[in-house]
Ligand binder design. Structure first.
Ligand code: WTA
Length: 638
């Protein structure tokens, strides 16, 4: 495969950018020509940000799996599409060629059809990082079912919330998942979730760990049995469903500043073009290279840069089941050596945690195959950037600092590896098609360079979210109502003298813990579910490895036996309600919370206390009871 739209010089980037702003429709139409369509579009773009209503490539018909699989068969049929490295380094890796992957996707698409799944049905996928996760995702896309992947660290309650919201009729899971030296009982968690999920007709269970599981007659099916049925039926060939450009491809739930997670919706054509275009340009992928994205496929990064971006480009994508520190902190480097990885894409959290082990685990690993390094998910600090550059890239690999969001579908602001200039800790310049601007709190644009403000986008790009599932008004409220006619990202940002962007972090009540988005309101709701909790307030604080840690201030009614056990109880409650990733790092029991006379919690003050500020708490004169603050400061957990 070659990529005529791959930008190979700074000048080419500048020209493309210019064109994407001057004449976006022609610009994107020319790129879309390079994909496989069952029918070309009638209209490239129709939009307004008021409703919002955004439609790309209207009238076009396609199936994303034909673009990811079928169209590569002639040239790449026997080339590796997916390399899988298991958690246990001794367990033996798997390689699926483009031919094998297409075959398995069609087989499993038949399984879905045999069990009554139709175009438009929602299918929930709760699996660890195994090839069958990619197969399940692609099989859904093949028949036009809408996948909703749930990260395997989420609790039964979180699964149930997402299933109910989407009214999913099928769940695909496995008996268990390996993570480091742990086995996670995935099927058992799904079973717990089922109590409140009458929409689910079937659960398909893949055998991976052979952890004993309950199998309920009429509802639960073994993946392997269902595949055997398809084999008996004969030819598994399955024509890809014809999808409209704007038909739903998937839902992915993500945290916002209020209430329960929202189901971000992406549609078929725009998302495909965006995932592919950004993959090919940001990483400057060359045919034959091995691309290793360490994210979990349960997050958007895995969707776009393990599955859809690389596969649509005919790339070899590497999927790793385990964690960076198992069996030791050299595991990533071991994998790079083993498979001759060309591109490594990971999160600052992982870099910071591996930095903590020193250079020892890197020593002696042959990593000269590496050509490009990438980071995503949170601001990267200068120390981690330089460690990555020196010890992993050996000063030979450009680092792409890619800023984007679940809602944006793919990378929005990033340097293009080795092609456009880079600057440590800066995402730098927007991709063609992305028109960022900074605004002040009144929504006035802040022009010029050397300024900072809230990051917004003024024009649609093909990969943007279209709605939040089942609640369009929520989408409008969350992203398009803060500032008129702009998409608001929720991020603070500065623009330097050369017009390069540096994202500084969320300006709303969303935390970024180890690159995972967690709403403070969600954590508070979970804490408040503990029977002894009266009220709570959650804020973030700087954390050396996780980027942000979670600090909870909790008013509690009578400890059960003692304070420290009660603290454990609260943590258990959060784990039950959301999942272990949302567990507070610190819980301080307090007698009262700082509130205004109208009863609003003053988080600004709590944030300062959590950050360790002891003197300058800002204006506290509007507090109902200023004495509360002193008591909280005294009991602060350092
Ligand atoms: C943050 C992950 C700084 C940001 C793809 C954004 C970043 C949120 C960067 C989205 C980066 C992501 N530099 N901050 N390179 N990339 N973020 O939806 O706050 O899980 O709003 O998408 O992560 O997180 P999400």
């Amino acid at each position: 495969m070659h990529y005529p739209y791959q930008l190979k010089s700074f000048e080419a980037y500048q020209a493309a950018y210019e064109k994407s702003v001057q004449d976006p429709e022609t610009f994107w139409a020319e790129i879309a020509e390079h994909f496989l369509w069952k029918k070309k579009w009638d209209k490239v773009l129709e939009w307004n940000f008021k409703e919002p209503r955004v439609k790309w490539f209207q009238g076009g018909k396609l199936n994303i799996t034909e673009n990811c699989l079928d169209r590569h068969q002639a040239a790449l049929g026997d080339q590796p599409a997916l390399i899988w490295e298991p958690n246990d380094p001794e367990a033996g890796h798997r390689i699926l060629t483009y031919g094998e992957l297409l075959f398995k996707v069609m087989q499993f698409a038949n399984v879905l059809r045999n069990n009554g799944v139709k175009k438009g049905d929602r299918v929930c996928i709760y699996m660890g990082m195994i090839p069958e996760l990619a197969i399940a995702i692609l099989a859904c896309a093949r028949i036009g079912a809408i996948h909703s992947v749930i990260f395997a660290g989420f609790s039964a309650q979180s699964i149930a919330d997402r299933i109910q919201d989407a009214q999913a009729s099928m769940v695909i899971t496995s008996d268990g998942a390996y993570r480091g030296n742990k086995i996670i009982p995935l099927k058992a968690v799904v079973d717990d979730a089922m109590v409140g999920c009458p929409s689910v007709k079937n659960i398909i269970v893949y055998t991976h760990t052979r952890l004993p599981v309950s199998m309920i007659k009429g509802r639960d099916l073994w993946w392997e049995d269902e595949i055997r049925k398809v084999e008996k039926q004969g030819n598994p060939f399955l024509q890809a469903e014809e999808m409209d450009a704007e038909d739903l491809l998937f839902i992915l739930y993500t945290s916002g500043s209020t209430g329960k997670p929202k189901g971000v919706v992406h549609t078929c054509a725009g998302y495909m073009v965006w995932a592919n275009y950004s993959f090919v340009n940001v990483f400057q992928y060359q045919p034959g290279q091995v691309h290793f994205c360490t994210a979990d496929a349960g997050w958007i990064t895995g969707h776009s840069y393990i599955i859809y971006g690389p596969l649509s480009a005919g790339a070899t994508t590497l999927m790793f089941e385990g964690i960076p520190t198992y069996p030791d902190a050299g595991r990533f480097w071991e994998i790079i050596q083993k498979f001759g990885v060309d591109i490594l894409y990971t999160a600052p959290t992982a870099i910071r945690s591996l930095m903590g082990f020193g250079e020892g685990p890197v020593h002696g690993k042959k990593m000269d195959s590496l050509k490009v390094l990438g980071t995503v998910g949170e601001p990267i600090n200068s120390e981690a950037w330089h460690w990555y550059d020196q010890h992993i890239g050996k000063h030979q690999c450009p680092i792409v600092d890619t800023w984007w969001q679940t809602e944006t579908g793919g990378v929005m602001i990033s340097n293009l590896a080795g092609v456009t200039p880079s600057k440590p800790t800066y995402a730098t310049y927007p991709l063609p098609g992305v028109q960022p601007l900074l605004v002040d709190e009144h929504g006035r644009e802040i022009e010029g360079n050397g300024v900072s403000g809230n990051l917004c986008i003024r024009f649609p790009w093909p990969g943007m979210l279209r709605t939040t599932y089942g609640d369009h008004e929520r989408c409008r409220q969350a992203y398009f109502s803060t500032y008129a006619d702009l998409y608001f990202t929720g991020d603070g940002c500065l623009r330097d003298e050369e017009g390069m962007y540096r994202i500084t972090g969320r300006v709303d009540d969303v935390l970024n813990v180890s690159g995972h988005r967690i709403g403070t309101a969600e954590v508070e709701n979970a804490i408040n579910m503990h029977s002894g909790v009266v009220e709570s307030a959650v804020v973030g604080y700087p954390h050396d490895i996780k980027g942000q840690g979670i600090y909870a201030f909790v008013i509690f009614n009578g400890f059960h036996e003692n304070e420290s056990l009660t603290r454990q109880d609260v943590l258990q409650t959060v784990t039950r309600v959301i999942g272990a990733i949302a567990k507070p790092d610190k819980i301080q029991f307090v007698a009262g919370l700082p509130k205004t006379r109208s009863g609003k919690i003053m988080r600004r003050i709590l944030r300062k206390i959590a950050e360790g500020e002891t003197t300058n708490l800002g204006d506290t004169s509007t507090l109902l009871d200023p004495g509360v603050v002193e008591a909280i400061m005294e009991g602060r957990i350092s």
